[in-house]
Each structure stands twice: as structure tokens, then as C-alpha cells.
Design a protein around this ligand. Structure first.
Ligand SMILES: Nc1ncnc2c1ncn2[C@@H]1O[C@H](COP(=O)(O)OP(=O)(O)OP(=O)(O)O)[C@@H](O)[C@H]1O
Ligand SMILES: [Mg+2]
Length: 250
């Protein structure tokens, strides 16, 4: 049986001034999958995520996240989704625990639940040892992991990760991807991930969507796209080849 759909859009469109950023986008993400949301700079990926979160209003079209309309009920959607934005900001003078306590307070979690979740999240992302260090002294990789911890304390069923490996070194990048895979596998989290690192996307994603100039030009399991676009079977392709083929045709 196919997993249920947790995110769906229908002809979702966003026009900024007179520029079309997202152009009649229709796609679905199913429960438990890691969905690789790909596309060149300026394709409209972040704008799509912002519309799904109720952080910016669509010009037209519809979206549903866990059955909720983000235009009508943005607060409910924000409560259910974990979001790690492209540029995560932190208070430099707080340590990791204080940072997460602040987030827990904003979300209205009772203190005992908050403390429990904070410890668990810090352990999951491997920051427990450094949790008393000021965030201003954190490396880029540590800050990115704190971003994931911040998201985890909400215990969301769905997470949007907008370029979570940006600026990380190769080892940090690998560890971030492994962490995401583990959250999906063990935590059964549905993840939408934007990334330009196609070899890593190929390793951890179940399905991908390729967005070019505001349009989703392809979506599906990578093997299926490889068969359709390259005419080769499983294991004989790279996601990079598939992507470049769509990119050149667009
Ligand atoms: N607040 C805004 N006001 C006006 N135009 C915007 C705004 N945000 C995004 N855009 C435009 O919308 C288009 C899509 O941008 P978006 O940030 O969604 O792309 P992206 O796919 O996330 O790119 P990247 O890979 O660089 O992060 C771009 O042309 C961008 O200039
Ligand atoms: Mg973006």
C-alpha cells in the first residue's frame, strides 16, 4: 500500500511584482519519505517552502500540509512543521541549552517536557558535550546541527530543510546527511530537503522533484526518472546525469 500524502499542492503560484517565482506547481510528498527538492538557484524552491509554511501567501493555487491549508491556518501549520531556513540566525550570547529553552518557551511547552526534549535533541545531533558553550563560538557545522536540534524539540512529523549542508566541510556534510537519513528511518519523519549536492541526494532521498524556472519538470523515484530520461535501469545512472538532462531541455 502506498503511504498517505502529507504534502500536496495544486497549481500553486507565486508572483513577486511581475516576476513569476513559482508557476502552477503541482506535487505531492508521501509520509515517511525523504523528498529531494532540486533545482538551480532562483528556481523557486525556498518560495515554495515558505508558501507551504504559511510564511508567504500564494498568488493563486492551493496547498495542503497534513490536511491543513497554510493560508487559512498558518499557525497550525507552523506548529506541526519543523523548518530549518537557509540562513539560520541564533543569539550569540546564549548557549545551546538556553537557545533551545527559548524555542521551547515560544512554542509553549511545559518545562519538564522541554528539558526532556532538549537533552534528547542535543544527543541526537551530537551537541550534548558542547551544550554549555556560547553559540557565538560555535563552528558552522555546530550551528547547523543546533538548527536541527531546534527543529527536533517540536517533534514534528514533517521537516523542511533548506540547504542544511550549506557551508559544511565534507565530513560535516556527510554526517548531516546521515543524521537526516536516521531521522527518516528511525524517527519516521517526512523530510523535504533542498540541496545542490546531487550525489548525496541520490544516496538518501526516496523521491526527487526537479524545479526549473518555477515549474516542476520532473518528479518521482530516481530509478523511474533514469528509465524515462536516460533509458537505463537501476544502478546505471547518477542523479547528476538526470538533472543535467532536464536542465538543458528546460
Ligand atoms: N521576497 C522576494 N521578493 C521578490 N522576489 C523574490 C523574493 N523572494 C524570492 N524572489 C524571487 O523569486 C525567485 C525564486 O527564488 P527562490 O529563493 O525561491 O529560489 P530558490 O530555488 O530557493 O534558489 P536558491 O537555490 O538560490 O536558494 C527568484 O527569482 C527570486 O529573485
Ligand atoms: Mg533557496
Amino acid at each position: 500500500m502506498e503511504n498517505r500524502i502529507v504534502i500536496e499542492t495544486e497549481e500553486l503560484t507565486k508572483v513577486y511584482n511581475s516576476e513569476v517565482a513559482v508557476d502552477h506547481l503541482t506535487f505531492q510528498v508521501r509520509e515517511g519519505e525523504v523528498f529531494g527538492f532540486l533545482g538551480p538557484n532562483g528556481a523557486g524552491k525556498t518560495t515554495t517552502l515558505l508558501m507551504l509554511l504559511g510564511l508567504t501567501e500564494p498568488t493563486s493555487g492551493k496547498a495542503r500540509v497534513l490536511g491543513v491549508d497554510p493560508v487559512r491556518d498558518p499557525i497550525k501549520v507552523k506548529g506541526m512543521i519543523g523548518y530549518m531556513p537557509e540562513n539560520m540566525g541564533f543569539y550569540r550570547d546564549l548557549d545551546a541549552i538556553q537557545t533551545l529553552r527559548f524555542v521551547a518557551e515560544l512554542n509553549g511547552f511545559p518545562k519538564d517536557i522541554a528539558e526532556e526534549r532538549i537533552e534528547k535533541a542535543l544527543k541526537t545531533v551530537g551537541l550534548f558535550e558542547d551544550s554549555k558553550k556560547k553559540v557565538g563560538a560555535y563552528s558552522k557545522g555546530m550551528r547547523q546541527r543546533l538548527g536541527i536540534a531546534e527543529l527536533l524539540i517540536k517533534e514534528p512529523k514533517v521537516a523542511f530543510l533548506d540547504e542544511p549542508t550549506l557551508g559544511l566541510d565534507p565530513d560535516g556534510t556527510n554526517r548531516m546527511m546521515e543524521l537526516i537519513e536516521r531521522l527518516s528511518r528511525e524517527g519516521r519523519m517526512t523530510v523535504i530537503l533542498t540541496s545542490h549536492l546531487l550525489h548525496l541526494v541520490q544516496r538518501i532521498c526516496h523521491r526527487v522533484g526537479i524545479m526549473i524556472k518555477g515549474k516542476m519538470v520532473a518528479q518521482g523515484p530516481m530509478e523511474q526518472l533514469a528509465k524515462e530520461k536516460l533509458g537505463v535501469g537501476a544502478e546505471k545512472y547518477t542523479l547528476e546525469e538526470i538533472y543535467m538532462k532536464y536542465f538543458k531541455e528546460a
